[in-house]
Design a protein around this ligand. Structure first.
Ligand code: NDP
Length: 290
């Protein structure tokens, strides 16, 4: 299943995430994912495992051009020149000449000038053919509108927290109005399980009922919900059986009332950091050279 981005580039809708995957487990996780059939990997400079993602790709034997590689610029590298250099750091660690999708990891609301400078660098990299598409992550509608007003290329993707317990429909609507694909992070509600303070989607009874009706797992039902609603999703796992489970989602279809029942699980409660708390002082950290 594929999604066509706003510049015609085709992206596999289901990707493989590696946030919190330790470097020493990343090579094997990525290799297993590629052997399973994933052809889209989502990493980030801030995950400190781009080098191992590249190594996993090479060890898999899958040709580089068959894999859609997405990575993110961290806020400490925002600003025009800094972000151009961030491309060299990420591409160098990954061991590739071009990236398929390069996105800003966060908006920096307190330094929007640096955010705009960073995005202009992405536009330049796109014009130079170093990246095939550009986008953003964790942009709320006000950040998104501000960016559109100050730059020329509409982001192809906005990667944001979306799972049954936090669906951000206003963000999805603002993305859709601009022709931007919403990509769900923590698509199977990982953050509801690994972060304290609230119910875990992996225990949800409504998802459990739908999963049982299809002979599937809750994770598979959540992924199907994203795909049928036109979102990209990038589940993460370090375990072979789960990497396979999360890719085995193309042979069943959720009914309209099942999608509606999942829509009704939204609590409106964000589990990730609020965009306003992201500042250079609180979240800044140096991204090493390649
Ligand atoms: P996910 O929703 O992908 O869930 C991952 C968690 O659930 C892990 O703890 C994993 O553990 C576990 N898990 C995976 N598969 C299953 C399964 N089938 N059944 C039960 N448990 C399972 O959460 P993430 O937060 O990792 O989000 C996915 C990706 O999104 C990230 O890896 C990253 O690429 C991206 N992301 C981006 C952010 C951003 O700010 N732009 C923020 C957060 C994530 P185990 O590995 O042990 O299987």
């Amino acid at each position: 299943m594929h999604l066509t981005l706003n510049n015609g580039v085709v992206m596999p809708a289901l990707g493989f995430g590696v946030f919190q995957t330790p470097p020493d487990e990343t090579i094997e996780a990525v290799r297993t994912a590629l052997e399973t059939g994933y052809r889209h990997i989502d990493t980030a400079a801030a995950y400190a495992n781009e080098r191992e993602v590249g190594e996993g790709l090479r060890r898999s034997g899958v040709p580089r051009d068959d894999v859609f590689i997405e990575t993110k610029v961290w806020i400490s590298d925002f600003g025009y020149d800094e972000t151009l250099h961030a491309f060299d750091k990420s591409a160098g660690k990954l061991g590739v000449d071009t990236l398929d999708l390069f996105i800003l990891h966060q908006a920096l609301p307190s330094r929007f000038d640096l955010t705009v400078g960073a995005y202009r660098a992405l536009e330049q990299l796109l014009a130079d053919g170093r990246v095939r598409a550009i986008g953003v992550s964790n942009f709320m509608p006000d950040h998104f509108a501000r960016l559109l007003a100050e730059t020329s290329i509409v982001p192809a993707v906005n990667q944001v927290e979306v799972h049954p317990y936090f669906q951000q429909r206003e963000v999805q609507a603002s993305d859709a109005a601009a022709g931007t694909i919403t990509q769900a992070w923590s698509p199977i509600g990982g953050i509801t399980a690994y972060r304290e303070g609230g119910a875990s989607a992996f225990d949800d009874p409504v998802l459990g009922g739908i999963a049982d009706a299809h002979g599937k797992t809750r994770a598979q039902v959540m992924l199907r919900w994203h795909l049928q609603q036109g979102r990209s999703a990038i589940p993460k796992s370090v375990r072979q059986e789960r990497i396979r489970e999360n890719f085995d989602v193309f042979e069943f279809v959720l009914a309209g009332e099942e999608l509606a029942a999942i829509d009704a699980l939204d609590t409106g409660e964000r589990r990730g950091p609020a965009p306003e708390v992201i500042t250079l002082e609180t979240f800044g950290r140096e991204i090493p050279e390649a």
